[in-house]
Ligand binder design. Structure first.
Ligand SMILES: C[S@@+](CC[C@H](N)C(=O)[O-])C[C@H]1O[C@@H](n2cnc3c(N)ncnc32)[C@H](O)[C@@H]1O
Length: 409
């Protein structure tokens, strides 16, 4: 087991040339001064750097996605490492937290994810339509033309609700096929509908089920229904879409920002993004095989007409395979990030802290044109005890996230 040593208490400037190091060490908005710990070649900086307090995030972020990070994380780095108008990129964008936050801060949003679902979740929120336009468009949908072609979905929906969902799905598939740029209002309605498909409150189309970012199989849902003695109720699909739209738009409009660039491909090869064009990358890849993105998103993909079995989502059981994927991604990022720009690469705790993914990332960057600056550990309610931050004690539930910071030289 590695040993850890508390080597210095901050704030103090150690001078990385750009002042970012000093600004991180001096940071104490939510916690105590930053603690610095050295483990082998890696400097860990520990503090509550960003808070998860919901009120701090714009309402446009309120769409669920498995293993998404809080908008406060990209906001922390965008504030310190970029100027308005500069490009901020996430190669594994998921629901699009980084590009949406970048746009809200007037930066150019660039995003990529192997699953085209991510573009459907992100693009509409970068240019949200007005609520009246959404309400008008919802009135144009032929709601009475839905058919039940997939009876197994009756585990989630009443026959009437499933007919409404099918009508909307058919209308959207016809009007906005995935290979064409859609009308922004249709695009918005699709994004909201995708987010209302399943969940555990009457605000969703389904009967009570798992949280909305985790669709169970129809068979598991039948078991949940039996256990809870529940039958899917009728839902007013149109009203639920409008209500969620109002909630997403409640914090006001999107900030003017440079045009977005969104892609659906592997992070390791993104030829559509120009070399040396990005100032900052804030990202979080899949953590080994912890999350089953294809299974969790099967119903969303069905609704959107995406064949999820054809999407090669990274799912690595072995550390070596995962590290190769990270290395290939960092190699591509070295091409895209301009000299002086940064990469903030976030990983979570896996295997009860037995595998420290940040070290695999650190080693994967060896020999690439990056300075490996440090690893930031976001520890909420930080106390000054050196072993409370989840690396040295390997305990369950410390639930810190770690962000490897690289600077392109
Ligand atoms: C941890 S999630 C990212 C969540 C994101 N930070 C957010 O806030 O929503 C990882 C994402 O990586 C995507 N992914 C998996 N393999 C990929 C690959 N080879 N290239 C690009 N994206 C990939 C998955 O589809 C998933 O959306």
């Amino acid at each position: 087991m590695p040993s850890y040593q508390r080597v210095a208490a901050a704030p103090k400037a150690t001078g990385c040339g750009l002042g970012f190091d000093a600004s991180v060490l001096a940071f104490c908005e939510f916690g105590a001064p930053t603690l610095e710990v050295r483990e082998g070649p890696i400097r860990y900086l520990i503090n509550e750097f960003w808070t998860s307090a919901q009120r701090q995030a714009h309402s446009l972020h309120e769409v669920s996605y498995r293993a998404c990070f809080k908008p406060q994380l990209p906001a922390f780095f965008i504030t310190r490492l970029t100027e308005p108008g500069q490009a901020v990129y996430d190669p594994f964008m998921g629901r699009g937290t980084t590009p949406v936050q970048a746009a809200l801060m007037g930066r150019q949003p660039i995003g990529n994810d192997i699953n085209p679902l991510s573009t459907l979740l992100t693009r509409p929120r970068l240019a949200p339509p007005e609520l009246q336009c959404i309400a008008r468009r919802l009135e144009e949908i032929p709601w009475n033309q839905g058919e039940i072609s997939q009876p197994e979905l009756l585990a989630f929906y009443s026959p009437q609700t499933l007919r409404l969902i099918s009508a909307l799905r058919a209308w959207l598939l016809e009007r906005c096929p995935l290979d064409r740029l859609p009308d922004p209002v249709d695009d918005w309605i699709r994004m909201v509908a995708i987010n209302r498909l399943t969940g555990h409150s009457p605000g969703f189309f389904s009967v009570y089920t798992m949280p909305p970012n985790q669709a169970v199989s129809a068979q598991s849902q039948r078991r949940i229904n039996e256990r809870r003695g529940q039958t899917p109720p009728d839902r007013d699909v149109k009203t639920l879409i409008l209500r969620k739209s109002a909630s997403l738009l409640s914090d006001g409009p999107m900030t003017p920002h440079p045009p977005a660039l969104l892609g659906a491909g592997v992070a390791q090869s993104t030829p559509a993004i120009d070399s040396s064009s990005v100032q900052l990358v804030v990202t979080s890849p899949p953590f080994l095989d912890i999350v089953q993105y294809a299974d969790d998103n099967w119903l969303r993909c069905w609704f959107a007409g995406i064949d999820v079995s054809s999407v090669a989502i990274a799912n690595h059981r072995s550390e070596a395979g995962w590290q190769t994927m990270v290395r290939d991604t960092l190699t591509e990022l070295a091409r895209i990030v301009r000299p002086g720009g940064h990469v903030a690469f976030e990983v979570g705790e896996v295997r009860n802290g037995k595998v420290l993914l940040e070290r695999l990332v650190w080693d994967a960057a060896e020999g690439l044109p990056f300075d490996r600056l440090f690893v930031m550990v976001n520890q909420q309610a930080f106390t000054k005890t050196a072993n409370c931050w989840g690396v040295s004690n390997n305990t369950r539930g410390t639930n810190t996230n770690r962000t490897v910071i690289l600077r392109r030289h």
